[in-house]
Design a protein around this ligand. Structure first.
Ligand code: CA
Length: 172
Protein backbone atom coordinates (compact mmCIF):
# COMPACT_ATOMS: atom_id res chain seq x y z
CA UNK A 1 0.00 0.00 0.00
CA UNK A 2 1.39 3.47 -0.96
CA UNK A 3 2.21 5.89 1.88
CA UNK A 4 -0.17 8.74 2.42
CA UNK A 5 0.50 11.63 -0.05
CA UNK A 6 1.20 14.02 2.85
CA UNK A 7 3.88 11.65 4.21
CA UNK A 8 5.38 11.39 0.73
CA UNK A 9 5.46 15.18 0.45
CA UNK A 10 7.10 15.44 3.89
CA UNK A 11 9.76 12.92 2.86
CA UNK A 12 10.46 14.84 -0.35
CA UNK A 13 10.70 18.07 1.67
CA UNK A 14 13.21 16.50 4.07
CA UNK A 15 15.40 15.42 1.15
CA UNK A 16 15.12 18.88 -0.35
CA UNK A 17 16.08 20.62 2.90
CA UNK A 18 19.01 18.25 3.39
CA UNK A 19 20.19 18.89 -0.19
CA UNK A 20 19.94 22.65 0.24
CA UNK A 21 21.85 22.48 3.53
CA UNK A 22 24.57 20.42 1.89
CA UNK A 23 24.75 22.77 -1.06
CA UNK A 24 24.99 25.87 1.11
CA UNK A 25 27.80 24.33 3.18
CA UNK A 26 29.69 23.57 -0.04
CA UNK A 27 29.14 27.15 -1.22
CA UNK A 28 30.37 28.58 2.09
CA UNK A 29 33.41 26.31 1.97
CA UNK A 30 34.23 27.39 -1.58
CA UNK A 31 34.42 31.06 -0.52
CA UNK A 32 37.62 30.35 1.38
CA UNK A 33 40.24 29.85 -1.25
CA UNK A 34 43.88 28.93 -0.84
CA UNK A 35 45.95 30.34 -3.67
CA UNK A 36 48.60 27.94 -4.94
CA UNK A 37 52.11 29.14 -4.08
CA UNK A 38 53.62 28.93 -7.57
CA UNK A 39 50.52 30.46 -9.15
CA UNK A 40 50.97 33.48 -6.91
CA UNK A 41 54.71 33.55 -7.69
CA UNK A 42 54.01 33.57 -11.42
CA UNK A 43 51.40 36.32 -11.18
CA UNK A 44 53.75 38.41 -9.02
CA UNK A 45 56.49 37.89 -11.59
CA UNK A 46 54.21 38.69 -14.55
CA UNK A 47 53.09 41.93 -12.91
CA UNK A 48 56.65 43.10 -12.31
CA UNK A 49 56.97 42.45 -8.58
CA UNK A 50 60.13 40.35 -8.82
CA UNK A 51 63.04 42.58 -7.83
CA UNK A 52 60.64 45.52 -7.57
CA UNK A 53 62.35 48.04 -5.27
CA UNK A 54 64.88 45.31 -4.49
CA UNK A 55 62.42 42.77 -3.07
CA UNK A 56 62.42 39.22 -4.39
CA UNK A 57 59.55 36.86 -5.11
CA UNK A 58 60.71 35.02 -2.00
CA UNK A 59 60.12 38.16 0.06
CA UNK A 60 56.60 38.47 -1.30
CA UNK A 61 55.69 34.81 -0.91
CA UNK A 62 57.11 34.68 2.61
CA UNK A 63 55.14 37.80 3.49
CA UNK A 64 51.88 36.47 2.08
CA UNK A 65 52.45 33.10 3.76
CA UNK A 66 52.85 34.71 7.17
CA UNK A 67 50.14 37.33 6.68
CA UNK A 68 47.34 35.19 5.26
CA UNK A 69 48.61 31.66 4.69
CA UNK A 70 47.83 32.16 0.95
CA UNK A 71 44.21 32.31 2.03
CA UNK A 72 41.60 34.70 0.63
CA UNK A 73 39.20 34.20 3.53
CA UNK A 74 37.03 37.21 4.33
CA UNK A 75 38.37 38.96 7.43
CA UNK A 76 37.08 38.12 10.87
CA UNK A 77 37.26 41.18 13.07
CA UNK A 78 34.99 42.54 15.79
CA UNK A 79 35.85 46.10 14.77
CA UNK A 80 35.12 48.01 11.58
CA UNK A 81 38.81 48.10 10.72
CA UNK A 82 39.58 45.01 8.71
CA UNK A 83 42.33 43.56 6.55
CA UNK A 84 41.39 41.77 3.36
CA UNK A 85 42.77 39.00 1.22
CA UNK A 86 46.15 37.46 0.52
CA UNK A 87 48.03 40.64 1.41
CA UNK A 88 45.75 41.58 4.32
CA UNK A 89 45.10 45.00 2.81
CA UNK A 90 43.29 47.34 5.19
CA UNK A 91 39.94 49.02 4.66
CA UNK A 92 40.93 52.40 6.07
CA UNK A 93 43.72 53.30 3.65
CA UNK A 94 43.70 51.05 0.60
CA UNK A 95 40.29 49.54 -0.16
CA UNK A 96 36.70 50.44 0.57
CA UNK A 97 34.12 48.10 2.06
CA UNK A 98 31.43 50.77 2.23
CA UNK A 99 31.36 50.67 6.03
CA UNK A 100 34.71 51.87 7.33
CA UNK A 101 35.68 55.39 6.12
CA UNK A 102 38.59 54.83 3.75
CA UNK A 103 41.09 56.79 1.67
CA UNK A 104 40.71 53.92 -0.81
CA UNK A 105 44.12 54.63 -2.31
CA UNK A 106 43.93 51.50 -4.49
CA UNK A 107 40.54 52.63 -5.75
CA UNK A 108 39.12 49.16 -5.23
CA UNK A 109 36.29 47.49 -3.38
CA UNK A 110 37.60 45.31 -0.54
CA UNK A 111 35.40 42.51 -1.88
CA UNK A 112 37.72 42.36 -4.90
CA UNK A 113 40.48 41.33 -2.51
CA UNK A 114 38.75 38.13 -1.48
CA UNK A 115 37.79 36.84 -4.92
CA UNK A 116 39.58 34.41 -7.23
CA UNK A 117 41.28 37.03 -9.41
CA UNK A 118 44.53 37.87 -7.66
CA UNK A 119 45.83 40.35 -10.24
CA UNK A 120 44.08 43.38 -8.72
CA UNK A 121 45.27 42.31 -5.26
CA UNK A 122 48.86 42.26 -6.51
CA UNK A 123 48.52 45.64 -8.22
CA UNK A 124 47.22 47.13 -4.97
CA UNK A 125 50.14 45.57 -3.05
CA UNK A 126 52.46 47.07 -5.66
CA UNK A 127 50.95 50.50 -5.05
CA UNK A 128 51.44 50.07 -1.29
CA UNK A 129 55.10 49.14 -1.61
CA UNK A 130 55.63 51.94 -4.13
CA UNK A 131 54.24 54.48 -1.68
CA UNK A 132 56.16 53.10 1.31
CA UNK A 133 59.34 52.21 -0.58
CA UNK A 134 59.64 48.92 1.31
CA UNK A 135 57.78 45.92 2.68
CA UNK A 136 57.52 47.29 6.20
CA UNK A 137 53.80 47.88 5.67
CA UNK A 138 53.62 44.14 6.38
CA UNK A 139 55.08 43.72 9.90
CA UNK A 140 55.44 39.97 9.52
CA UNK A 141 57.90 40.44 6.67
CA UNK A 142 60.35 42.11 9.08
CA UNK A 143 59.74 39.47 11.76
CA UNK A 144 59.68 36.32 9.67
CA UNK A 145 61.27 36.96 6.27
CA UNK A 146 63.82 39.73 6.36
CA UNK A 147 67.40 38.57 5.85
CA UNK A 148 66.44 34.88 5.63
CA UNK A 149 67.04 32.35 2.90
CA UNK A 150 63.67 32.48 1.15
CA UNK A 151 64.49 30.22 -1.79
CA UNK A 152 62.16 27.53 -0.44
CA UNK A 153 59.18 29.74 -1.27
CA UNK A 154 59.87 29.63 -5.01
CA UNK A 155 61.25 26.10 -5.04
CA UNK A 156 59.95 23.91 -7.90
CA UNK A 157 57.87 26.70 -9.40
CA UNK A 158 57.72 25.91 -13.08
CA UNK A 159 58.61 29.23 -14.68
CA UNK A 160 61.78 31.19 -15.17
CA UNK A 161 62.58 33.19 -12.07
CA UNK A 162 64.98 36.11 -12.56
CA UNK A 163 68.36 35.92 -10.86
CA UNK A 164 67.99 37.32 -7.38
CA UNK A 165 69.79 40.60 -7.01
CA UNK A 166 71.19 42.27 -3.93
CA UNK A 167 68.34 43.39 -1.73
CA UNK A 168 68.27 47.14 -1.27
CA UNK A 169 66.63 46.85 2.14
CA UNK A 170 69.79 45.34 3.61
CA UNK A 171 71.22 48.85 3.73
CA UNK A 172 68.38 50.27 5.84
CA1 CA B 1 40.96 40.14 -6.52
Amino acid sequence: MDPHPILQAAAVMRVLVFTLALLSSVLVASEAKIIQRCHLAKELNDLGLSQYLGFTLGDWLCTVFHESGFNTDPPVSPTRRKAYGLFRINNSDWCSDGVQPSKNLCNISCSKLIDDDIKDDILCAKKIIKQNGHLKAWPRWAKRCRGKDLSVYVKSCNFEIPIQETKSYETW
